[in-house]
Design a protein around this ligand. Structure first.
Ligand SMILES: NC(=O)c1ccc[n+]([C@@H]2O[C@H](COP(=O)([O-])OP(=O)(O)OC[C@H]3O[C@@H](n4cnc5c(N)ncnc54)[C@H](O)[C@@H]3O)[C@@H](O)[C@H]2O)c1
Ligand SMILES: O=c1ccn([C@@H]2O[C@H](COP(=O)(O)OP(=O)(O)O[C@H]3O[C@H](CO)[C@H](O)[C@H](O)[C@H]3O)[C@@H](O)[C@H]2O)c(=O)[nH]1
Length: 338
């Protein structure tokens, strides 16, 4: 990424680096002095979202010849793997797309990577692997019973990674993200996804006048105010966790890990909307609607494992901070139409 990359650090291939979370990881790697190559087919990502310090290759992770070529050409030693399909309801209506683009495509990526001698990989997994948790907060060893093909496609990939690491000189970190939100505090990146379904993004769009109202899906959940509770994690804190996880993989090449990425606290839908109103000064038109299919009452991370395994300390956990950064990006998007 820069000429200052220390020689003991491999160049990192970031798949999906033109997407929401990947573009923030590319910034965090660049800020920490890592050299980065982004591989993205731009199916949901944006070329403009890629940090100019990174090398960009347009292409698909399932293209094994391309992946092998990129690894050889750039001396790739580690991969951060964000590329995939991410819309839960779409995974129900088109499950084979999810098993193709998440599970099968990752299989190809792994075959090319292992063949080319790559030793380390970080994988974007999800709290959707837990399904409807029996207890909150949910720890990594809780039962994994996904309730949609998206979660299952990710759980299958986790199983594949474990099998590969057992046999090959290779270790991995599976990071199970909870609800990712916010934007780069310096305003360099944010969520640009078209047709987003995430609550904070939607509420910020409404505060910017891009939507007439915000739907509240269900008010009869077993939570304090009856609306769904989630553990919202700032995307920049998550990106920082990736850089530390990469360092941990390289420092302990025999050891793989699976870690929840969340703060261990939850906010209800109404608390999120209150925050967006507080930060934006706009009163939202809230519409109470029936429950959305497949939504658990509450999903909050037990984050003791990540706090013990990595020197990661949340820096941006305040809900108004997360919302403020998301709103700042939304206003920028409105001005730039990007
Ligand atoms: N956003 C969340 O709340 C959340 C939560 C848990 C896990 N995740 C995971 O994090 C990762 C990133 O999610 P995101 O929210 O940034 O989504 P995103 O859609 O913004 O980013 C995905 C990126 O991958 C690229 N891509 C997709 N398929 C590809 C392929 N076959 N080859 C090359 N590039 C491809 C897209 O163009 C896009 O740039 C995903 O794997 C997702 O499952 C996201
Ligand atoms: O317009 C909206 C959108 C969402 N919600 C509610 O807000 C909460 C959060 O919903 P999101 O759609 O923002 O996020 P999810 O919890 O459904 O799922 C997200 O986080 C999961 C992990 O926690 C998975 O990773 C998944 O991919 C990702 O979309 C839920 O109670 C949902 O019902 C609304 O009330 N109105």
């Amino acid at each position: 990424m820069t000429d200052t990359n220390p020689t003991d650090r491999p160049t990192v291939l970031v798949t999906g680096g033109a997407g929401y979370i990947g573009s923030h990881a590319v910034l965090a790697l660049g800020d920490a002095g890592w050299r980065v190559v982004v591989l993205d087919n731009l199916v949901t990502g944006f070329r403009e979202a890629v940090d100019p310090r990174a090398t960009f290759v347009e292409g698909a992770i399932e293209d094994m010849a391309l992946v092998a070529q990129v690894i050889a050409e750039h001396g790739i030693g580690a991969i951060m793997h964000f590329a995939g399909s991410v819309v839960v309801p779409e995974s129900v209506s088109d499950p084979l797309k999810y098993y193709r683009n998440n599970t099968a495509a990752t299989r190809n990526l792994l075959e090319a990577a292992i063949g080319a001698g790559v030793r380390h990989l970080l994988f974007s997994s999800t709290a959707a692997t837990y399904g409807i948790p029996q207890a909150i907060p949910v720890a990594e060893d809780a039962p994994k019973v996904p309730i949609n093909p998206y979660g299952m496609s990710k759980l299958m990939t986790e199983a594949m990674l474990a099998d590969v690491a057992f046999t090959h000189p290779f270790n991995y970190g599976a990071l199970r993200y909870f609800n990712v939100a916010g934007a780069d505090p310096q305003g360099r990146a944010g969520q640009s996804t078209a047709g987003a379904t995430h609550l904070i993004k939607i509420a910020c769009e409404a505060a910017c006048g891009k939507r007439a109202h915000v739907s509240v899906y269900g008010s009869d959940y077993a939570t304090a105010d009856g609306t769904g509770v989630r553990d919202y994690i700032h995307v920049a804190d998550l990106a920082a966790a990736h850089v530390l996880a990469l360092e941990a993989l390289i420092a302990s090449p025999e050891e793989s890990f699976t870690l929840n990425c969340g703060y261990g606290r939850g906010f209800s839908v109404l608390e999120v909307l209150d925050s967006v109103e507080r930060v934006s000064g706009v009163t939202l038109d809230r519409r109470m609607e029936p429950r959305r299919a497949g939504d658990p009452d509450a999903l909050v991370a037990d984050n003791r494992a990540i706090l013990a395994r990595l020197p990661w300390r949340p820096a941006l956990a305040d809900l108004d901070t997360i919302v403020g950064h998301a709103l700042g990006w939304e206003r920028q998007l409105r001005r730039n139409s990007f």
